[in-house]
Design a protein around this ligand. Structure first.
Ligand SMILES: [Ca+2]
Ligand SMILES: [Ca+2]
Length: 283
């Protein structure tokens, strides 16, 4: 993927000759992301108006020299903007653009967007080609505060979206102390499927890491209200449900969480895991 910044020569000249405080709107700059796969060329462009404002987000797809898609990407506010590579979000270090997500030989066009704000939210628009109509149709998938990494688990040529269950943000503690169970998604012919349970090794490693995180926090000292461990234990337990090991998970929680509010915390956690579908699907 190439990321290029197009400064019109004329604008550069203006920048060089007038004092900075006169610039204002004139400092808007176009940014373009382009990628080519075979005879398909996709281009995402947008205008950066100022630090946190963007406009004119536009997607073009050219197939064999023919422009089959050229449309404005509708967003809800001027703060929304494409997620660009190397953005500080840990899940957005690499932002794929043209990628065959379901191994049918046809690359999908992936547009990552960020709504702005301190944490929330990122989402993907995924466009797939409809050969009969010679056009594209898209779905939207929400990632919440997090995002994803595209990884080919099982090395079968079909990438998985390695993500997290963002419903755990703020649920049991502050955002900074929140932890999340693993969530894996796969795209297939216009649908996103939660395939987390198909990768128990990944879930196991994830749960193991959460338990390590819990032990580290415990060594440093659990605070009086348990706010620095409620989040990590909730996420750990959810992973254990994904593994079909909820009995073992509950036993561990009951051993390690001994604060006065334990029965309320456990009860809230049980209800939350029911409402989010973890306990219904336990085996
Ligand atoms: Ca495809
Ligand atoms: Ca795979």
């Amino acid at each position: 993927m190439k990321l290029s910044f197009n400064f019109p020569a004329k604008l550069l000249l203006v920048l060089a000759t007038i004092p900075l405080y006169f610039l204002g709107e004139a400092s808007a700059q176009a940014e373009v992301i382009k990628e080519t796969v075979g005879s398909i060329q996709a281009e995402l462009s947008y205008q950066k108006i100022e630090d946190f404002k963007f406009s004119e987000i536009r997607l073009k797809v050219n197939r064999q020299g023919q422009m089959v898609l050229d449309q404005r990407v509708d967003v809800d506010s001027e703060f929304e903007r494409p997620v660009i590579p190397n953005y500080s979000n840990q899940f957005a270090k690499e932002q794929p653009f043209l990628r065959d997500l379901d191994k049918d030989g046809e690359p999908e066009v992936m547009v990552g967007l960020y709504t702005g704000g301190a944490h929330c939210c990122t989402y993907s628009l995924i466009y797939r080609y409809l050969p009969n109509q010679n056009t594209y149709t898209s779905i939207r998938h929400e990632w919440g505060n997090g995002g994803y990494l595209l990884k080919d688990l099982g090395q079968d040529g079909i990438p998985e979206f390695y993500s997290r269950d963002d419903r755990f943000a703020y649920e049991f503690t502050a955002y900074a102390a929140s932890f999340y169970p693993l969530q894996l998604w796969r795209y297939q012919q216009g649908n996103m499927m939660d395939v987390t349970r198909q990768f128990p090794q990944e879930v196991y490693s994830h749960a193991y890491q959460l338990w390590k995180d819990f032990e580290r926090i415990r060594r440093e000292g659990i605070d009086a209200n348990g706010l620095n461990v409620k989040g990590v234990l909730a996420a750990y337990l959810a992973d254990k449900y994904l593994l079909g090991q909820e009995a073992d998970g509950w036993q561990r929680l009951r051993q390690v969480y001994q604060l006065a509010d334990r029965e309320k915390y456990f009860s809230d956690l049980r209800v939350f895991l029911q409402n989010t579908g973890y306990s219904q699907e336990s085996r």
